[in-house]
Design a protein around this ligand. Structure first.
Ligand code: ZN
Ligand code: ZN
Length: 443
């Protein structure tokens, strides 16, 4: 058979994705109807695993507790591109479709991106396009992007099931990223406020996670409060102390500190002796995060000290700031411009939210655009799909087209990107950093 040229390969991939559009959207809907929190995504893993198998891909199951990947074993010598889609939901009990038991809901649109990733796989694999390219593609359904349920994840860590709380951190630790040369994914975002349909090249904050335990002394709350040490008062003072630090945070560091109390006491007539807090300290740069983190620790300790309580602060490595590779941005942009109007695409932008893809982006050239088709802010009751074609199919096609550009003609384009890339950290430096951030402070 005559070798197809690049445009013909692109056309073929898009045709297959269009043919399968309803099916791809249906997979996203099934995951939406069965929301699961991080490291519990058994339904979604099984579903995507079955899809990989029916595409004839080799598979690996439970790549980080849950999750799976599809790939072709007999890889050729070209570069390997990882296409990722996330599996986990968030908790937002206010959302009309939230699971009534767990409160879980896909209000971050991860069901969209994992189905979109599958769409890219369909476009490249079942079309036969991939076998005409000079490189490899691995499709990864990644668990636990949302950094939540810190107690549950601590248990998993204590049981030796995970080392780190984020799914992509685990992938890196488990060696699943070692053979990837480039990583690609997309995230849904409501861009209607800008009158746009896509955003390319945005940055995201990194963060340190914290679990805090205020240890007081129980006593009868009515009969003998003077004999108790009120751990809830310690926590409330600590929160106010954190507020008093805010004017010292530099605007350009985009610091965000947002504690919640996960346990405020046991019963109302006992002075609270065990109060728990979780928080992130987010920022745009690692230095900014570390600086704010010191101030937050100072604030927490002072709250405990004021009432004579003790404190345990467990510091957990959160995510690194998100970096987008410019060459990848440009290729994605060119391809996206063939599917939607150029003026519907916005460039740059700083997000104070965080993505564990940021960690990957410190190691290999990475691409993480935002695509519309959804309405309402992430993690809120308003979040919903408005335009399924834009949300699922446009990014599925654009990722497939981008990969064709990267791997066509002896993978010239991707080889150049890989050669020019200077990683912010090596894998060893990265893991060392995570271990350095993990610590326990007891006072
Ligand atoms: Zn989210
Ligand atoms: Zn998300």
């Amino acid at each position: 058979m005559r070798k197809l040229n690049k445009d013909e390969l692109k056309k073929r991939a898009c045709e297959i994705i269009d043919e399968k559009a309803e099916y791809i959207i249906g997979v996203g809907k099934k995951i939406y109807d069965n929301p699961e929190l991080g490291y519990k995504e058994t339904f979604a893993t099984k579903l995507i695993l079955g899809e990989f198998k029916s595409l004839g891909l080799d598979t690996e199951e439970n790549i980080a507790v849950t999750g799976c990947k599809g790939f072709i074993k007999s890889q050729n010598s070209g570069p390997t591109i990882g296409v990722m889609g996330e599996l986990d939901a968030v908790i937002c009990r206010e959302h009309p479709h939230a699971d009534y038991k767990t409160g879980a809901i896909h209000a971050c649109g991860h069901n969209i991106q994992v189905a979109g990733m599958l769409g890219t796989a369909i476009g490249l694999v079942s079309s036969g396009v991939l076998s005409e390219l000079n490189g490899n593609v691995e499709f990864l359904a990644v668990p636990a992007e949302e950094y939540v349920e810190l107690e549950y994840r601590s248990e998993l860590r204590d049981e030796g099931k995970i080392q780190f709380f984020g799914g992509k951190q685990e992938l890196i630790y488990n060696g699943e990223v070692d053979n990837l040369d480039i990583a690609i994914m997309f995230h849904s975002l409501d861009l209607s406020a800008y009158g746009k349909k896509a955003l390319i090249g945005g940055s995201g904050n990194g963060f340190i996670g914290k679990k805090v335990k205020f240890i007081g002394k129980e006593s009868h709350a009515g009969g003998a409060p003077e004999e108790g040490v009120n751990a809830l008062n310690a926590a409330m003072l600590a929160i106010n102390n954190i507020h008093a630090q805010r004017e010292t945070f530099k605007d350009e560091d985009k610091i965000r500190v947002h504690p919640i109390i996960t346990k405020g006491g046991d019963i109302v007539n006992v002075v609270p002796a065990d109060v728990r807090m979780e928080t992130y300290v987010r920022g745009k740069t690692i230095e900014g995060i570390l600086d704010a983190n010191n101030k937050v620790n100072r604030a927490l300790s002072a709250g405990a000290k004021a009432v004579g309580a003790n404190i345990e602060i467990t510091e957990l490595p959160g995510y690194l700031p998100l970096l987008n590779n410019n060459d990848l941005n440009n290729i994605f942009n060119e391809n996206l411009s063939t599917l939607i109007e150029k003026e519907d695409i916005v460039y740059g932008g700083e997000f104070a939210g965080s993505f564990d893809f940021g960690d990957i982006s410190h190691l290999i050239p990475s691409l993480h655009p935002f695509i519309g088709g959804v309405k309402g802010n992430l993690h809120t009751r308003e979040f919903k799909i408005e335009d399924s074609y834009l949300a699922y199919i446009v990014p599925a096609k654009t990722m497939a087209l981008t990969i064709i550009d990267l791997l066509y003609d002896d993978a010239k384009v991707s080889k150049e990107i890989i050669d020019n890339f200077e990683p912010k950290m090596s894998k060893d430096e990265y893991l060392e950093f995570l271990y350095k951030v993990s610590k326990k402070i007891e006072q």
